[in-house]
Design a protein around this ligand. Structure first.
Ligand SMILES: C[S@@+](CC[C@H](N)C(=O)[O-])C[C@H]1O[C@@H](n2cnc3c(N)ncnc32)[C@H](O)[C@@H]1O
Length: 181
């Protein structure tokens, strides 16, 4: 029998990410991508003309991600290994979709650091791009408020069956768009 993670990486992850707005040819940043539970399905959707920047501070996780990408025949994922800094090494207004999936909680970031990271998301996103947040271990209201302070507005809230580590869970995805400054 297929496990949750096999189902997710097979077809279901792609379906969910299409439903929340990821499209062919998009350039995606998956910040704190881990082993690629979201980068891998995103890369299938964006195709040859799109690209996924999979950023993480864990070299081990990025290596695991690349092994999975190779097995799936995906060549459009570029990994970025960082030292955990909040500055994102990408140009202003260069990204269609930033994913902050299960990353913004206090285990990794203080409120102040989250504010800096949200500013960075704002900087790298194209004017029509969107920030997509899957808030695990943090309140929805808190993150909505912090995103608003960083000049985003909530465009849409989705209730979905999502993958969390290796198992399914029910959760929310919040999509934010940029208010102009
Ligand atoms: C809970 S995992 C989530 C992985 C993936 N986004 C998902 O939802 O399946 C969090 C990941 O964020 C990475 N991470 C934590 N703080 C980070 C930072 N400051 N910069 C880059 N990556 C970070 C960790 O190494 C880990 O792989």
């Amino acid at each position: 029998m297929e496990t949750d993670i096999e189902k997710w990486l097979g077809k279901e992850g792609e379906k969910v990410l299409r439903e929340i707005g990821i499209k062919k040819e998009h350039t995606i940043l998956d910040f704190g991508c881990g082993e690629g539970n979201y980068s891998l399905p995103a890369a299938k959707i964006v195709g040859e003309k799109g690209r996924v920047f999979a950023l993480d501070k864990s070299a081990f996780k990025l290596t695991e991600l690349l092994k999975k990408a190779k097995l799936a025949g995906l060549e459009n994922i570029k990994t970025i290994e960082t030292k955990g800094q909040l500055k994102i090494p990408l140009n202003d207004k260069s990204i269609d979709v930033v994913l902050f999936y299960d990353i913004l909680h206090s285990y990794y970031f203080s409120t102040n650091e989250r504010k800096k990271l949200l500013k960075e998301a704002y900087r790298v996103l194209k004017p029509e791009g969107f920030l997509s947040i899957y808030p695990e271990h943090i309140g929805l209201k808190e993150i909505e408020e912090e995103a608003r302070e960083a000049n985003f507005y909530l465009e849409k809230k989705y209730s979905k069956r999502l993958i969390h580590e290796y198992s399914y869970t029910n959760g929310y995805i919040l999509n934010f768009k940029k208010l102009s400054r």
